[in-house]
Design a binder for this molecule. Structure first.
Ligand SMILES: Nc1nc2c(c(=O)[nH]1)N[C@H]1C(S)=C(S)[C@@H](COP(=O)(O)OP(=O)(O)OC[C@H]3O[C@@H](n4cnc5c(=O)[nH]c(N)nc54)[C@H](O)[C@@H]3O)O[C@H]1N2
Ligand SMILES: Nc1nc2c(c(=O)[nH]1)N[C@H]1C(S)=C(S)[C@@H](COP(=O)(O)OP(=O)(O)OC[C@H]3O[C@@H](n4cnc5c(=O)[nH]c(N)nc54)[C@H](O)[C@@H]3O)O[C@H]1N2
Ligand code: SF4
Ligand SMILES: [Mo]
Length: 683
């Protein structure tokens, strides 16, 4: 074969940089940024996309054959088996469990989507009849998209960075390292806005994060750097709302014409004082007032929220409180607003692929809270088609409402990524059969019964749309063959479906599913892959008038009747938002500091830490602390220190950050070796 050049996309962060891969004889010779290709390239300063792609394809650590457990769970003794044996064994167990207990005793455990495998997993669950699909949604994006949907009627509300904004709030997102915020403030647009517009920047983060590595700019160089007490962001947001409402920093005509529930917001903000907000959040009252004034008056203003808010204990209402800030200032879908609805390209909607297509099955096997594990506690999430991770862990450990029997895990490493790793391990050991599809051996494959070797997303054809709210659609083409007998997850699920009698919902081969996904665009998969490659959504922005809202009332639902109907507070309640800041979460003599965490600049979540190319660029697991705190405990920069909570103890290397709050310790998430107990923050 002659040397070929292909365009593909990095999936690590929402920049989705176009990469050019040079391939000869089933070997990747080079991967680099595809500058000049006409596709987006906003490469991170550490260039991790190419290293991650080549490193994975060339790694000698890859799983290459299906494995069946030999000794005890976790003993690490495996027997290589054929695909036929692996799939027949799994299918026989699925059928037995379905017939003896019911399909809900099988749970689909999915990770952060890469290509179409996540949608395949969801579709399998719908067809099989189990409502129990576990995803990281509860800490990755769903609270943001659903709070936007309930408030403004769309999950695709994005910052208009072309405007460009005059005020930019970066809230619990480390965008220079992780690529962007949930509302589309990408690293590149952010930098451009700073240069072209001299935008005012507000950073809300306990860590003095790098804002612009190439220019040495940090949070402490921003116009405002707010260092909140970890987990207090909902209270802080309500503080901002209070200032905006009580100082009248809104347009009364807009409020009257385009919002519902403003009086309830007025009543709610009268239930607390800014002094209380200051005490709970550690943010001085004057700073809250000043930032609220800037945000409400120097428009367009945008808020990009990040993972810190998704991972907070009151995530949904925290994000709703931020929606109130956007709503009362008329910042969404208005001529001078900073946020606008996006219209995604017209590919087959993943939600339909996963659930909608299966309307008849869902009548028989609904994804209703009553049928779903954790459904009683997590009312909203079962309506969105997923179970929070802790719903699964608690069902397995307590038997409430029942103990699931089979776990099918694709693209996920729960022992490192779920909260409370020891409980997660204990829970996952309770499955009668745990099947894990993976690229590499992990802490989770280690306790599996069957391990399936997965093809990496650059080793098979697939489409990519995640994170869906960025409204773009990409072709990720196969560059080289997978190692050994590794298969794509799509193929595994497609073949498994045939063996449990669900072929009518699946395809002869998984490529047909790719045709299905691009059909509404009027393309075949091959045409899309070879000629089109990438599509982005369109903005619904209208410079002349308010573009409107697709909510039940047709207005911005500050108070939301739909939420009340679902048994959820129709507006965020201050009294509830402050609950987790008191009681057992407060400081004690034994635990006088407060821990929070951040993600690695180099690695994607818990993965790829075995790859030399990436390891060479990364620091060891690093915990940040104020020098005064270090001194108090006799610690110095570079020491390996223990970090202990009432749940467990880990070790990371100390780095000092002079302007951090002395009460806060910020540890790095995602570290774990095969044993997973050394530096893993979730322990
Ligand atoms: N404390 C704390 N916990 C967190 C977070 C945090 O910041 N702090 N972040 C949360 C967030 S935002 C998320 S999204 C979750 C993520 O949680 P997970 O989805 O569990 O994330 P990963 O660690 O990326 O695990 C994915 C695994 O899939 C494997 N993999 C990669 N590609 C493929 C493939 O194509 N097929 C298969 N079968 N396997 C593949 C990788 O080797 C990796 O081990 O973690 C959450 N947990
Ligand atoms: N390099 C790299 N890029 C990634 C990923 C990765 O693992 N590595 N993961 C991808 C995924 S799945 C996601 S979801 C995105 C997430 O990307 P981000 O949203 O940027 O996620 P984090 O790094 O967890 O950043 C959270 C920030 O919140 C701060 N923080 C911690 N606690 C609090 C708090 O209580 N309040 C506030 N206001 N701030 C707090 C942390 O110090 C940190 O700077 O990144 C994606 N991109
Ligand atoms: S990780 Fe780097 S290369 Fe990959 S999409 Fe993000 S910015 Fe681009
Ligand atoms: Mo995530």
């Amino acid at each position: 074969m002659p040397v070929q050049e292909y365009i593909t996309f990095c999936h690590i962060c929402p920049n989705h940089c176009a990469l050019k891969a040079i391939v000869e004889d089933n070997k990747i010779l080079e991967v680099k940024a595809a500058g000049g290709s006409g596709f987006p390239v906003h490469m991170c300063s550490v260039q991790k996309g190419p290293d991650h792609l080549i490193g994975t394809v060339e790694s000698s650590d890859r799983l290459t054959r299906p494995l069946k457990r030999k000794g005890e769970k976790g003993e690490g003794l495996w027997e290589e088996i054929s695909w036929d044996e692996a799939l027949d064994t799994i299918a026989a167990k699925l059928i037995q469990v379905r017939d003896e207990y019911g399909p809900e005793y099988v749970v689909m455990v999915l990770g952060e989507p890469k290509g179409l495998e996540f949608a395949f997993g969801q579709r399998f669950a719908s067809a099989f009849g189990t409502p129990n699909v576990i995803t990281p949604g509860n800490y990755c994006g769903v609270q943001n998209t659903e709070s936007l949907r309930y408030t403004f009627g769309s999950r695709y509300i994005m910052a208009r960075m072309d405007a460009p904004p005059k005020t930019i709030v970066i809230w619990g997102a480390n965008l220079a390292h992780t690529g962007g915020t949930f509302s589309n403030i990408g690293r590149y647009d952010f930098n451009r806005a700073l240069v072209s517009n001299d935008a005012k920047v507000v950073v809300i983060d306990p860590k003095d994060i790098e804002l612009w590595p190439e220019k040495g700019m940090h949070a402490s160089d921003a116009d405002y750097w707010i260092r909140p007490r970890p987990n207090s962001d909902g209270v802080l947001a309500m503080g901002f709302v209070k200032v905006i409402v009580e100082e009248g920093l809104y347009d009364p005509d807009y409020i009257r014409e385009w919002t519902v529930g403003f009086e309830e917001v007025q009543r709610e903000v009268a239930t607390f004082t800014l002094e209380e907000v200051e005490e709970l959040t550690w943010v001085p009252k004057e700073l809250i007032q000043e930032v609220a004034r800037v945000y409400a008056t120097e428009k367009p203003s945008v808020i990009g929220s990040g993972n810190a808010l998704e991972g907070s204990t009151q995530a949904f209402q925290t994000l709703r409180a931020i929606c109130l800030m956007r709503g009362i200032t008329g910042s969404v879908n208005t001529p001078d607003g900073g946020h606008v609805d996006m219209i995604p390209p017209n590919y087959y909607p993943p939600g339909r692929f996963m659930i909608g297509d299966m309307a008849e099955r869902l009548k028989e096997f609904p994804r209703s809270p009553e049928r779903t594990i954790g459904g009683g506690v997590f009312q909203l999430s079962s309506r969105f088609g997923y179970v929070p991770t802790q719903g699964l862990v608690s069902a397995l450990l307590t038997g409430d409402p029942y103990v699931p029997k089979v776990g099918l895990a694709f693209v996920t490493n729960p022992l490192l990524t779920y909260p409370d790793s020891l409980a997660t391990e204990e829970a996952f050991r309770k499955f009668e059969m745990l099947v894990v599809s993976e690229l590499f051996p992990t802490a989770t494959t280690n306790i599996a019964d069957i391990v399936l070797p997965a093809a990496f997303m650059h080793e098979h054809d697939t489409v990519a749309y995640w994170p869906a709210w960025f409204a773009n659609f990409r072709a990720n083409r196969k560059l080289v063959d997978p190692p050994g007998e590794a298969w794509s997850d799509m193929r595994m699920i497609n073949e498994l479906a045939k063996r449990v009698g669900l072929e009518e919902y699946f395809w002869d081969n998984e490529e047909e599913a790719l045709d299905y996904m691009v059909e509404p665009l009027g393309y075949s998969w091959r045409h899309f892959r070879d000629e089109v490659i990438y599509l982005h959504g369109k903005s619904a922005y209208d410079p002349e008038k308010v573009a409107g809202y697709n909510t039940r009332s047709g207005k911005v639902e500050l108070s939301c009747a739909g939420l009340a109907k679902a048994g959820v507070d129709p507006i965020p309640r201050f009294a509830k938002l402050k609950e987790p800041l008191t009681g057992k979460f407060d400081f004690t003599e034994e635990f006088p500091l407060m821990m929070t965490n951040y993600k690695s600049e180099i690695f994607m979540l818990s993965g790829y830490r075995n790859l030399g190319l990436l390891k060479d660029k990364s620091l060891p697991p690093t915990v940040y602390m104020n020098p005064a705190t270090a001194q108090e405990y006799g610690l110095a920069e570079g020491d390996w220190i223990y970090i202990e909570t009432y749940k467990g103890r880990i070790k990371q290397q100390l780095a000092l950050q002079p302007n951090m709050d002395p009460r806060v310790v910020n540890v790095e998430f995602g570290w774990g070796d095969y044993g997973f107990k050394d530096a893993n923050m979730n322990l």
